[in-house]
Write a protein that binds this ligand. Sequence first.
Ligand SMILES: Cc1cc2nc3c(=O)[nH]c(=O)nc-3n(C[C@H](O)[C@H](O)[C@H](O)COP(=O)(O)O)c2cc1C
Length: 200
Amino acid sequence: MKVLVYQAHPGAPHSEANKAMDVATDAVEGIEFVDLYATYPRFDIDVEVEQARLLRSDAILFQYPLFWYSTPSIIKEWQDLVLEHGFAYGSGGDKLTGKIWSMGITCGAPEEAYGAEGYNGFALRTLLTPMEQTARLCHMTFLPPYVLYGALAKREAHGLSPHAEGWRRWLIALRDDQVDLTKAGACDVIQAEDLNEVIR
Ligand SMILES: Cc1cc2nc3c(=O)[nH]c(=O)nc-3n(C[C@H](O)[C@H](O)[C@H](O)COP(=O)(O)O)c2cc1C
């Protein structure tokens, strides 16, 4: 599969977790990588260029730190502009049919913070339903996100390597069609320790 990674981090110089993922991405041949904030510092997203990227890709991954239970704002801007009627949805809007939509998300809060009993009140997958439904409206296959919980504590403990190494494995497996899409699709989220279960 041709894999496209849209990375979005508005505070790139302060990033550690996403930076480690970027280094991992760089080590995988054949991935198209777009740093959205670096490419469009004034948010002047080139719709034609981005739609062309989508057309030549089979799996589209958004990689970002969770910000206020959502994406950094440039990803929302990208969605608003690029996923046009007649291209992504609506009459004649079938250009993304069958492509994979997924994410690589780092969360500052620990896993136990997510869920009805946790201080964030909702499961991460519940918070991601707008992304999931957007993929569905665009006739795409939503694959659960590859997630790092507790990113801030892991930064302090210099414990980011397993996540970054897992991201490298995940990209290679997607590229080489080695992901068991049925098993992966049945997960809520995929963490580094789950990869052996979902990669053939
Ligand atoms: C404006 C802002 C909002 C944030 N919102 C959340 C959030 O809703 N949930 C969460 O778990 N972490 C949240 N965080 C923490 C980031 O997700 C965390 O710092 C990031 O994933 C670490 O990755 P990095 O090292 O690449 O920056 C937020 C951080 C900032 C600056």
